[in-house]
Write a protein that binds this ligand. Structure first.
Ligand code: CP3
Length: 353
């Protein structure tokens, strides 16, 4: 394994572009990072994965550190995101998780009843997520101090969808069946997951993360009324507890155009948006001072240079040059050419000069 290129024992300084954007400072160009920036589009990531399984990388601090740093060395993004997975903390709660080759996550003992929810264990992340927290300590030590480190968790609704379905959640039949047949058990599940999420994100910041992001990949399958009823109370509790500890927070609700008004009530400091919502529309709904992250369609990076430059410029214009963190609207696709990421960065970093 190659050695990380930098050594710096300090946490990200106040000069970090991402932390400055979170404070609402005007910047010459927005900070930029990409969801799933450590991943299969990078040959150096594939080389690590040839030797080690996905969960082995997540649970070996030196390997998790190495793959977290790979995109930073190549592109010097302003933000580095811990390499792990939203499903990892479900294992100490009792889930039998595996990642099969070619088909995503599977949970062998899905949660289908009030008794299953009651059997889920509460966790103390400092005990049961030691490898993840150790990875954060290593990463923070190796990162340059102008790069922020973001920790993350899955939102309770999205975690439930994997936990209840036992794998790929569509068409959400088991999840909706629990939600409608035993709403009290469903709410208990949200609450237990919410406690795990708050404890995990707090421990990640203690270990060296500068900020945290909550991924709600499946929130968009709900109507706004259902989202308000089944998700919003737990989300508000999570963000309020993090706010009390002055931890900067981002919330990503994929496919959440119709939820935007309620999403604005979660209490997160930053809303991360997918490409279906124009940033200008989001500002109208969330308020002119809202800090927004996003929202280039990741498939644009499969296009030609002029398309990439045009679409990046459109997102920059809609971002308005203030209170904007540049990102994709969802994770970067494994097929993405490295050259496309370089074009994106040159349009953001040099295009404005
Ligand atoms: O963004 C990053 O670089 C940090 C690492 C990260 C991963 N997963 C690594 C990963 C993060 C933040 C996640 C979040 C995650 N994981 C979400 C929420 C965001 C989203 O993408 O919607 C969800 C729903 C998961 C669950 C998950 N993990 C699925 C459904 C899959 C299989 C699909 C796929 O892309 O292969 C994973 C596997 C996974 N998580 C990979 C990576 C890099 C691919 C593993 C590999 O084969 O090498």
């Amino acid at each position: 394994m190659s050695q990380p290129a930098f050594k710096n024992p300090e946490p990200a300084t106040g000069n970090n572009l991402y932390l400055r954007a979170l404070r609402g400072e005007p910047l010459p160009a927005p900070p930029v990072w990409l969801m799933r920036q450590a991943g299969r589009y990078l040959p150096e990531y594939l080389a690590v994965r040839e030797q080690h399984s996905f969960l082995e990388v997540c649970h070996t601090p030196e390997l998790a550190c190495e793959v977290t740093l790979q995109p930073i060395r190549r592109f010097h993004f302003d933000v580095s995101i811990l390499f792990s997975d939203i499903l990892v903390p479900l294992v100490p709660m009792g889930a039998e998780l595996s990642f099969g080759a070619g088909h995503g996550p599977q949970i062998a003992n899905p949660v289908r009843s009030a008794a299953d929810v009651a059997a889920l264990r509460s966790i103390e992340p400092r005990e049961s997520l030691k490898t993840v927290l150790e990875a954060i300590r290593l990463i923070r030590r190796e990162l340059p101090d102008d790069v922020a480190l973001v920790g993350f968790a899955g939102a309770p609704f999205t975690l439930s969808s994997y936990l209840v379905e036992g794998g790929k959640p569509e068409p959400f039949a088991q999840l909706k069946s629990l939600m409608y047949q035993d709403p009290a058990a469903f709410m208990m599940l949200q609450h237990k997951l919410g406690e795990m999420v708050t404890a995990t994100l707090t421990a990640m910041v203690e270990a060296g993360a500068d900020a945290v992001q909550l991924f709600d990949t499946w929130a968009g399958i709900l109507s706004q009324a259902e989202y308000r009823h089944f998700c919003l109370p737990t989300l508000q509790q999570i963000f309020q507890q993090l706010q009390e500890q002055r931890i900067p927070t981002t919330y990503f609700a994929r496919n959440g155009f119709h939820l935007l008004e309620a999403v604005g009530e979660t209490g997160a400091n930053v809303q991360s948006l997918d490409w279906r919502i124009p940033l200008t529309t989001a500002r109208t709904v969330l308020g002119e001072d809202a800090v927004l992250q996003g929202n280039l369609d990741p498939t644009v990076l499969l296009g030609d240079e002029s398309t990439i430059r045009r679409e990046v410029r459109r997102v920059l214009t809609e971002g308005g040059g203030r209170n904007h963190i540049f990102n994709l609207g969802h994770g970067i696709l494994p097929l993405t050419p490295i050259a496309s990421v370089e074009i994106l960065l040159s349009e953001i970093r040099e295009g404005s000069k």
